[in-house]
Every structure is written in structure tokens, then in C-alpha cells.
Design a protein around this ligand. Structure first.
Ligand code: AMP
Length: 502
């Protein structure tokens, strides 16, 4: 017989709320973590998003706060949860509010990019639960609008992302202000050395819970790679949306500007799309996310940082328009689909200069991802040309292809010249009857062409017949019109992403 939430001895008010949420069976991390956390033990949870980890800490925390009810003093919080991003912080706070809806606790969230006033008023009253991003939390501590000396429970969520965002030092500054006697819960999807060190400094005799092997991708996700040149990725992406199985998709780009460009291009191609990244204001981001959740947008184009904490049900596909620099980010990205027991697909567009990144991902995930080659596909050039002619090409903000993208950390730009070997050389791919190409919907691994894969074939073909694609791409567009357009560069915030001010 499977475990139920009743068997933990959780506060009745929580069980009522869980019934409203429709939760019947605890997820594996919940089953393992809740009993120990209820007894006050420290916890090290190695779990990625989508495993139900938020409830795994929120439920026992609410239970403990309810067992020992004391009105919080002004400018204090009984439980503190640190989150790397605003979106995740908001979602965690929403979960606390939903599970604790019958407990009458004061729950608040503080993050950067919005005014201080309402946050200060919430803190002034004293809180049972505070969810915060590190930067703004430190601001409040420095301005003495928050005092952590009586905090009983401390949670660090998505610690590996904190490291990526440069938040380890701010976290240590926060921890230094917490009382010595407290309960600590520490969650991370991966355990790089620095995060392991932080965990061992923070935790006392923790219970260790690991729900997926470190850095292993979720098994239910059908993963595939499509070799395609950077300049043809947008056309390929648009083409994929002729398949209705691509019902709700998250597309990842490396840069904020890239996210805007891809969203604009999709819109010009008739696919409803919005972009979410750190240069957008908080209200803009919330509006776009709400439209995506409501199904008004079919595609959400996001950068890694902005996508942290996006918890949207039924994401059918994650598309890596560009591969991330950090292999672990791949695991996080594809974890946005196949949530809560559902299936999902992840498709990665890989250009020649991204080979090294792909190899790093395969090393970390310990698997080869099946690949197909679309680099020699003239139809993409024609589609690109017609979309450019239809609208995008007239916008000053849409310079050609991905040339403004930063170079990848590794991997030469021209693999042929640099003598790079194909990671997938010679692997044959079966084609499903009636299928045209890549990404053919949920559960589809059998994407594409019939020829054995050779990542250098396109280069060879192009050097033999360079004119064919160029002609197709150039025809409906006045070339000069595109090339004359100035390349706009957005002001940089030091590459920190929006969460840096969070
Ligand atoms: P998380 O990993 O905390 O981001 O949770 C992933 C998703 O699973 C969220 O949409 C939760 O609402 C949902 N969820 C968490 N626990 C359960 C459960 N026991 N039963 C059903 N859904 C759950």
C-alpha cells in the first residue's frame, strides 16, 4: 500500500488544504523528507524542480510553526526561505499560502526590482514565513527593517543556482545573522564542490535525501538534438510549430536580446510567443507568464535565469534554441517539461560551434542524445526568407541571425577547419512514416531523416553548391534592407541577469 499524507501525522489544517490541492500521494522526496523535517532535523535534499520539493519543505515547516504557535515579533520572521530568483520566490510563497490557508499565518515575499514600501510594511508586522532573494534580503537587513536573530527555520533552495548567480557570499552574510540554534534545510539539483562545502558548513548531522541520481536527466523526457546552423534555427523553430503537438513550449536562449528576437520572429511567423528575461519589468514578466499559463501564448522564450522557478503545468516541449554554457543548466531547462508525472520532450538545436557544449552535457547526463541533421535543408532558408519578408525584417530590432550571441565557452566556430570529430558520427535514424522532420510531438524520439548522421556533411555540400540556399533565402527579401540595419546592443548589467538585484 502506498503512503498517504495522513500517515505523517501532519496538522489537520494542512491535510484539509492538501485535499483542496488534489494531492493524494506524496512524491518520493516528500515521503522521505517530511517525517524527518517534522522532527526538527536538518536536511540535505538533492532534487530538481518538478519533484515536489517545495511541499517537501513547506508542509513540515508549516506543521512545526503550528505546533509551537508564537506571534512573530515586529521585523522578524520565524522561517526564512532563500530563493535564487523572483519567480521561484513568488511560487514558493504561493505554495506556503495555499498549504497554510487554514492556519492564518503571515507569509510574505521580498525581492528586488520593486519598491521597498510594501515589503517594509509586511516585515514591520512580523512574519511566520518570509521567502526572499538574497540581494533584497541583505538590503532589508542593512536598513534594519528585518532582524533574523529569532529565526527558527532556514531553507536554502536551488543552491546550485545561487552559486551560478554569484550568491554564495551574500548567503554566507545572511547565515551569519541567523541564530546558532536553528533548523536548516538545503536543496540543490546538483552538488558542485563549492555547494557541497556550503552544505557541510550549514548543516548539522543532516538527513540526506536524493530523489534522482546527481545530474541525471528525468527519464520520462524524450530528448533529441537537431544539428542546424545558427542562422537557420529561427526558421526551424517556426516550422516545428506546424505540429499541433507543440502545444505549450518553453524555448531557451542564451541572451536576453536573443529571447526578444526569437519571440518577435515567431510572432511574425504567426506563432503566439512572449519573452521573459531580466530586462523586462516585473509587471511585464508577470503578464507574459500569466498569458503563457492561461494558454494565450503558445511559446514562452526565456533565458536560464528568468526561467528558474517557472512552474507551468503541461509544458509539452522544451526547446534549447542555444545550448547553455553550463551543462547542469540543461538538466534544469528540460526539467520544465514532464512535471508531476507527465511526459515531455526536449529538443536541442545545436550549431557547429556548440559541439563542445553538447559533449559536456552528455558527459554530465551520462547519455548520448539522438541527433538528426537539418543543416543542409533548403526549406528552412525559404521559410526564413518568407518570414523576414512578412514582417520581422522590417523591424530595426531584428538584425539577421544569431550573430550577436556570445561565443560559446568551448568549441571552435568551424568544426571542419578545426578538425573536430562528430560526437554522433554515423548514427542512423529511423523516420516515422508521414513525418517531415524534427520534434514530432510528445513521446517522439524517432525524429527525422534517413541518412546516417554526419555533422560535416552540410559543410561539404555547401562548399559544393553554396548558391542554392542563398538564392532561396535572398529572393523575397531585399538583402540590403537587412544588412543596412544597425546592430543594436542592449546595455549590459554585467551579465548578472535580473536576479542579481533580487
Ligand atoms: P516542485 O518540485 O515543488 O516545483 O513541484 C512540482 C509540481 O508538482 C507543482 O506543480 C506542485 O503543485 C505539484 N505537486 C507537488 N506535490 C504533489 C503531490 N504530492 N501530488 C500532486 N502534485 C504535486
Amino acid at each position: 500500500m502506498s503512503i498517504t499524507f495522513d500517515s505523517f501525522g501532519l496538522n489537520k489544517a494542512l491535510l484539509t488544504a492538501l485535499a483542496t490541492e488534489g494531492y493524494v500521494t506524496p512524491t518520493p522526496i516528500q515521503a522521505q523528507a517530511i517525517p524527518s523535517v517534522m522532527t526538527g532535523k536538518d536536511l540535505l535534499g538533492i532534487a530538481q524542480t518538478g519533484t515536489g520539493k517545495t511541499a517537501a519543505f513547506a508542509l513540515p515547516i508549516l506543521h512545526r510553526l503550528a505546533e509551537n504557535r508564537t506571534p512573530p515579533l515586529p521585523r522578524t520572521t520565524r522561517a526564512l526561505i532563500l530563493s535564487p530568483t523572483r519567480e521561484l520566490a513568488t511560487q514558493i510563497a504561493d505554495s506556503f499560502k495555499a498549504y497554510g490557508r487554514h492556519l492564518g499565518f503571515r507569509v510574505a515575499v521580498v525581492f528586488g526590482g520593486v519598491s521597498y514600501g510594501p515589503q517594509e510594511r509586511a516585515l514591520q508586522q512580523g512574519l511566520d514565513v518570509l521567502v526572499a532573494t538574497p540581494g533584497r534580503l541583505l538590503d532589508h537587513m542593512q536598513q534594519k527593517t528585518l532582524d533574523l536573530s529569532t529565526t527558527e527555520i532556514f531553507v536554502l533552495d536551488e543552491a546550485d543556482q545561487m552559486l551560478d548567480l554569484g550568491f554564495v557570499k551574500p548567503i554566507r552574510q545572511v547565515v551569519a545573522r541567523l541564530p546558532h540554534r536553528r533548523q536548516n534545510l538545503f536543496f540543490s539539483a546538483t552538488m558542485p564542490t563549492e555547494i557541497g562545502k556550503l552544505a557541510s558548513d550549514l548543516l548539522k548531522d543532516p538527513v540526506r535525501v536524493q530523489v534522482t541520481p546527481q545530474s541525471t536527466t528525468v527519464e520520462r523526457i524524450n530528448q533529441s538534438v537537431i544539428w542546424v546552423e545558427q542562422g537557420r534555427k529561427r526558421a526551424l523553430l517556426t516550422e516545428m510549430f506546424s505540429d499541433p503537438n507543440y502545444s505549450r513550449c518553453l524555448v531557451f536562449t542564451k541572451t536576453k536580446h536573443g529571447a526578444d528576437k526569437v519571440a518577435a520572429y515567431l510572432e511574425a511567423g504567426g506563432v503566439q510567443a512572449g519573452a521573459i528575461h531580466g530586462n523586462k519589468s516585473q509587471p511585464q514578466r508577470e503578464r507574459t507568464l500569466a498569458a503563457f499559463k492561461a494558454g494565450k501564448l503558445r511559446v514562452l522564450v526565456a533565458t536560464d535565469i528568468a526561467a528558474r522557478g517557472i512552474d507551468v503545468d503541461n509544458v509539452s516541449h522544451v526547446v534549447n534554441f542555444e545550448l547553455p554554457f553550463v551543462p547542469e543548466a540543461y538538466v534544469h531547462r528540460i526539467g520544465r517539461t514532464a512535471r508531476a508525472g507527465k511526459d515531455g520532450s526536449a529538443v536541442s538545436f545545436v550549431a557547429g560551434d556548440e559541439m563542445k557544449l553538447l559533449r559536456d552535457i552528455e558527459k554530465v547526463t551520462r547519455q548520448k542524445i539522438p541527433a538528426v541533421d537539418r543543416r543542409n535543408d533548403a526549406s528552412l532558408g525559404r521559410l526564413d526568407a518568407s518570414i523576414m519578408a512578412a514582417g520581422v525584417g522590417k523591424k530595426a530590432s531584428m538584425p539577421d541571425d544569431g550573430r550577436d550571441q556570445p561565443q560559446s565557452r568551448g568549441g571552435p566556430r568551424n568544426p571542419r577547419r578545426e578538425g573536430v570529430k562528430a560526437p554522433h558520427g554515423g548514427q542512423p535514424h529511423r523516420q516515422r512514416k508521414g513525418h517531415r522532420g524534427p520534434g514530432t510531438g510528445n513521446g517522439d524520439r524517432s525524429i527525422a531523416p534517413t541518412t546516417p548522421f554526419d555533422p560535416l556533411a552540410a559543410d561539404r555540400a555547401r562548399s559544393r553548391a553554396p548558391q542554392a540556399d542563398a538564392r532561396a533565402a535572398a529572393q523575397p527579401v531585399k538583402e540590403g534592407e537587412i544588412r543596412r540595419r544597425p546592430r543594436r546592443r542592449r546595455p549590459s548589467n554585467g551579465g548578472k541577469g535580473f536576479a542579481a538585484n533580487g
